[in-house]
Ligand binder design. Structure first.
Ligand SMILES: [Cu+2]
Length: 149
């Protein structure tokens, strides 16, 4: 009986040492991949075109973007028809932000507005579907929104 126990112990010990060797090899390989670094730089900044008219549009667009989990900053520029967004790219991605804004009724460069949400926007916010996005800022974009009133 003792012999059996002894041989089991020996086999177990051999097993342990071989496991240890394997583990050492694995950690050596692991250290070559720079995985630790990228975890710190999870924040991403994007900016893309979003159609809209006025300050109320700004509120709606930014609210929609900020409601996406991981978004830390959203700033829509009424003159440029463009939004700057900062987000944690481990929690969301750019497309999720496009989709959230489109769901609130606004066109983005990559997503088309939800028509029902658009119809429910206040009259002053019913922007032109053909409007240029991502403008330089010095274009007279307000021309016909004024005359419509
Ligand atoms: Cu508006």
């Amino acid at each position: 009986m003792k012999k059996v126990i002894l041989s089991v112990a020996v086999i177990a010990a051999m097993g342990l040492t071989s496991c240890k060797e394997n583990a050492n090899q694995e950690t050596e390989v692991m250290t070559e991949a720079p995985t630790e670094m990228s975890n710190d730089i999870a924040m991403a900044d994007v900016s893309f075109g979003v159609r809209g008219n006025c300050g109320m549009c700004k509120t709606t667009i930014e609210k929609a973007a900020n409601a996406v989990e991981g978004v830390s900053m959203a700033n829509w520029d009424v003159d440029k028809k463009k939004i700057d967004v900062a987000f944690d790219d481990t929690k969301t991605d750019e497309m999720a932000i496009h989709n959230a804004i489109a769901a609130s009724g606004y066109d983005t460069e990559k997503a088309t507005r939800n028509l029902e949400a658009y119809e429910n926007l206040p009259g002053c916010c019913k922007y032109d579907h053909e409007m240029m996005m991502n403008q330089s800022g010095d274009v007279k974009a307000d021309d016909h929104s004024e005359s419509d009133m």
